[in-house]
Design a protein around this ligand. Structure first.
Ligand code: 6R9
Length: 586
């Protein structure tokens, strides 16, 4: 059992607060408070070869640099799915990403700064392609494999993507004729019919050269474009730059506590920011060995993977931990999980029960980490030998200033709920919202504080406590869904007149998507129609955006200007007072 002392004390506002002083545990960062006093991000720049050479490229730092050291034969990537089981050393990664870059160069017109999308399930080729594109100075747009035509179209159109790497199975979700900028499609499959536009990626890789001259870039040049949801409008393209590596690397050390002998497993898909910042860039920058497991979640497959690969640092999401918890402890006991050194979590609030369960069954600490697509890397975490307060996200990293402010911009007293904001200027901060300067600028207050959209409070020890979103963004199974995108799609269904979408609290998934729908004349509510509407979203957007619950209403609450009042829907659902209704139409 992890040794810990539980201290329960009465918080200022009367709620009981528990601290777990973990006695066992040896972390590289011993004294975060001391470090936070003096650390500046500039101090971390000396970890990179460009500090000396002036030549910058994330992929060089992530791969090629290690090949010039003892790490050249070290495994960078273990890959396993139902049919493949492979491992790639740092030298293999260099050769394969060089091949990918040569293929892109030979078969497309991609130039530095152009956008290449990658839309496919996890596979080694996804990693080679992504890193190869980075070596060319191309901006990569990763797309989660579950996206359907409408979602794919919006993203490729907005970013004016020139090329895409995908599989033959996913091809029918890419409306190529409607995307004038999309010139080249690289297909990863066993039998690919080639044309001018369609290139057999695997075949091309085989014959490509393993040497490639890396395109050196500016530290502030674009690296990756992640589309994510806000509460209004279409998904927004969050652009990160090569300089983000400074924070990726440093947080791998401080928060993940990664060491050369570790086997590291981040379960996130590269379609989401966690799957790139901490599934690709972070571990490679740190010279770590990573496991990538393809296929679907299953408790047995996951525990077996930890046992077989001797995973020591494991990064996943509360939803997964809750599902594992639900699968029972007897399945845990069938596996030897003693390789685990510690466990980390991101994406949603980490429930105190889960932390305690983890201490019991894994015998390890579970560290919470808070950050978001826009922040690019971890910001507020429970790290190092810091005592864990179950239910708190922890404290800002050294070099990060976070605060809670009210709607007027004043910093509030401890234990007061308010807007969680971050002082502008951390290395992995988004540098653009693609094609939307206004929205980018509106994310900052007085060009100073970045608005996270989360509400939280800070206690007198400087720990942050998450409360919820201030906007209507839904977090379901750790995935961020914008209600507007789902509502817009719903309105395309012939039966639907009006639709309002909210997140409904759910013990396993955090939130589920619930849609309130008013029907057009001539349509009547029925269970068949509910199923049809769910299928419509699954096919048109993605499975994770489909409402699990649908409720038909005669009419939806709207403002006089015609905006659906999600706040009122939520209050209906939770049987809470609806708040100010002065703007509501009769
Ligand atoms: C990395 C990632 C961001 C939103 C964020 C917040 C929620 C993330 C959390 C957390 C409570 C944590 N969130 N980590 N809430 N505790 N430790 O998840 O990015 O998909 O952009 O989501 O996720 O609401 O604003 P992203």
């Amino acid at each position: 059992m992890v040794e810990y002392k539980s201290i329960v004390y009465e918080g200022v506002i009367g709620m009981k607060v528990e601290t777990l002083e973990v006695i066992q545990g040896d972390y590289m960062l011993k004294d975060y408070a001391e470090t936070a006093k003096t650390f500046q991000w500039k101090d971390a720049e000396k970890n990179f070869s460009w500090f000396e050479t002036g030549k910058v490229n994330m992929a060089y730092e992530a791969i090629d640099r290690h090949v010039e050291t003892d790490r050249k034969d070290k495994v960078a990537l273990f890959y396993q799915d139902a049919v493949r089981k492979e491992s790639y050393s740092y030298t293999d990664m260099k050769n394969q990403s060089n091949k990918a870059a040569n293929v892109f160069k030979q078969y497309s017109n991609l130039l530095k700064g152009d956008r290449l999308f990658i839309f496919m399930p996890k596979s080694p080729e996804l990693y080679f392609g992504l890193l190869g594109a980075v070596k060319m100075g191309v901006i990569v747009g990763p797309l989660f494999e579950a996206f359907m035509e409408g979602a794919v179209y919006d993203r490729l159109l907005d970013s004016e993507a020139k090329a895409i790497v995908t599989t033959p199975e996913l091809l029918n979700r890419i409306p190529i004729d409607k995307l004038p900028n999309l010139e080249t499609v690289f297909l990863v499959g066993d039998s690919v019919e080639e044309t001018d536009k369609y290139i057999d990626f695997k075949k091309a890789l085989e014959s490509a050269s393993t040497s490639f001259d890396i395109e050196w870039v500016d530290k502030e040049d674009g690296l990756i474009l992640h589309y994510t949801s806000g509460s209004t409008g279409k998904p927004k393209g969050i652009l990160h730059v090569h300089y983000a590596m400074v924070q990726h690397y440093q947080s791998m050390k401080w928060v993940m506590d990664i060491r050369d002998e570790d086997i590291y497993w981040c379960t996130a898909d590269p379609g989401w920011v966690t799957g790139t910042s901490y599934g690709i860039f972070g571990p490679l920058l740190a010279g770590a060995t990573s496991l990538v497991l393809g296929g679907r979640f299953s408790p047995d497959a996951w525990y077996s993977a930890i046992e077989e690969y001797k995973v020591s640092v494991w990064y996943s999401a509360p939803t997964a931990y809750r599902m594992l918890m639900g699968a029972g402890d007897s399945i845990v006991n069938q596996h030897d999980l003693s390789s685990l050194r510690h466990v980390l979590s991101v994406g949603e609030p980490l429930n105190p029960e889960v932390i305690k369960w983890g201490m019991q069954v894994f015998n390890k600490r579970i560290h919470d980490t808070w950050w978001m697509t826009e922040t690019g890397a971890q910001m507020i975490c429970n790290y190092g030998c810091m005592p864990i307060k179950p239910g708190s996200m922890g404290k800002p990293l050294p070099g990060i200033t976070a605060a809670i402010i009210d709607n007027q911009g004043n910093v509030v007293a401890p234990y007061t709920m308010g807007n969680l904001v971050i002082k502008k200027g951390w290395p992995s901060m988004m540098r653009q919202i693609w094609n939307n300067k206004e929205k980018y600028e509106a994310s900052f207050m007085n060009d100073d504080w970045y608005f996270s959209g989360d509400s939280a409070s800070m206690d007198e020890d400087g720990y942050f406590w998450f409360q919820g979103r201030v906007d209507d963004v839904i977090m379901t199974s750790g995935e961020r869904v914008g209600p507007f995108e789902v509502e817009s799609k719903l309105l395309e269904h012939p039966a639907i007149l009006e639709a309002g979408v909210i997140g409904k609290p759910d013990p396993i998934r955090g939130e589920i998507i619930k849609a309130f729908i008013a029907l057009n004349e001539g349509y009547a509510p029925s269970d068949e129609l509910k199923v049809e509407i769910q299928q419509f979203i699954k096919k048109g957007l993605s499975a994770h955006a489909a409402p699990r619950e649908i409720e038909f209403k005669e009419k939806l609450p709207k403002t006089r200007s015609g905006k659906i009042m999600r706040r009122v829907l939520k209050a209906w659902e939770l049987k809470l007072p609806p708040g100010d209704l002065s703007t509501m139409e009769d």
